[in-house]
Design a protein around this ligand. Structure first.
Ligand code: SF4
Length: 312
């Protein structure tokens, strides 16, 4: 089991605190920003609104489910004593993890049966051929993981760790870090990606995530990670970032600016669509004005005297 970044009874340090959300007048109002939600807003304000304000459901996707499965296997692999973390063990864990995930998250069946109607009262029956294909694809990704790292030589200090820190009284940064470990006395943060490394067009987005984690870990622990890495299991590439304090300060200012823009959009209700290459993967085209749709009315949101509760 990973240790928490702060002891449960330890006094709150540098503003680290549990997530707090309330729209009750007179109560602190907190918005939480994660790398994904910040990324949503930067690419399209309306996408952010649909996901974060309307909280519209999205059909489970195959790539996302495959990613969840591979993450689960790698996490369980590190439960084993170091010498047992082998490719064969990963294969053994894979089948178990799949059956556990399908049992725990029956909705995931929609990801595996792409022609099933969604939403539906009951998840579809998953044909054996679909699970076989998923297992085969996940095996390729796991094999590639073992080319990038030898888990027998790594002792994580944290795994699947929620990291969060309040930048100021109304903005909480939060995210899950796949793994942290110490190499040569320096903190290393590792995140697994089951897709391919991004081309130049998307690389800044990946760097945004690394800077986000570096900032949160620094503000939460007082330590600047020595290195942050995204391991792309889709093609075996690694993206590395070595932060310094100046860069993190600049990034913090950027996050404040993003948050200001989000609260402005919330205050005015002006969540603009921004048509881009990303629309291809957007679940909400049918209700997007860029594609001839009409967004649903904005839900009533709890409002404090001064601002709006936004949870990302
Ligand atoms: S389809 Fe494109 S423009 Fe419309 S909400 Fe989705 S990402 Fe934004």
């Amino acid at each position: 089991m990973s240790e928490p970044l702060t002891e449960p009874d330890e006094p709150v340090r540098d503003g680290v605190r549990p997530r707090e959300v309330s729209g009750t007048p007179g109560h602190p109002v907190v918005g939480a920003l994660s790398p994904s939600r910040a990324g949503d807003f930067l690419s399209c304000g309306l996408l952010y609104r649909f996901r974060t304000i309307d909280r519209l459901p999205e059909r489970p996707g195959l790539a996302a489910f495959r990613g969840t499965l591979v993450h689960e296997v790698l996490d369980r692999l590190y439960d084993l004593p170091a010498p047992e973390r082998t490719v064969d063990e990963a294969g053994r864990i894979l089948a178990l993890a799949l059956s556990d995930l399908l049992e725990d998250e029956p909705e995931a069946a929609f990801a595996l049966v792409e022609d099933a109607d969604w939403p539906a009262d009951e998840p579809p029956t998953v044909p054996e051929a679909a699970t076989d294909q998923l297992l085969a694809d996940a095996t390729v990704l796991l094999d590639r993981y073992f080319v990038l790292e030898d888990p027998r030589g790594i002792e994580p200090t944290h795994r699947e760790q929620l990291v969060e820190v309040a930048l100021d009284p109304d903005l909480l940064l939060r995210g899950y870090v796949d793994r942290m470990d110490e190499t040569d006395g320096r903190l290393r943060v590792v995140d697994y990606k089951t897709g391919r490394a991004p081309g130049q067009q998307w690389e800044q987005q990946a760097m945004f995530q690394l800077r986000f984690y570096a900032l949160v870990v620094h503000r939460a622990t007082g330590r600047i990670p020595g290195r942050l890495q995204l391991l792309y299991l889709g093609n075996g590439e690694v993206l590395t970032y070595q932060p310094d304090e100046d860069d993190l300060d600049r990034f913090e200012r950027k996050l404040h600016a993003i948050w200001k823009a989000i609260t402005r959009a919330a205050d005015t209700g002006d969540w603009r669509p921004n048509r881009s290459a990303r629309c291809k993967w957007c679940s909400f085209q049918q209700m997007c004005p860029e594609f001839g749709g009409t967004p649903p009315p904005l839900p009533a949101m709890p409002v404090s005297e001064s601002s709006t509760t936004l949870v990302g």
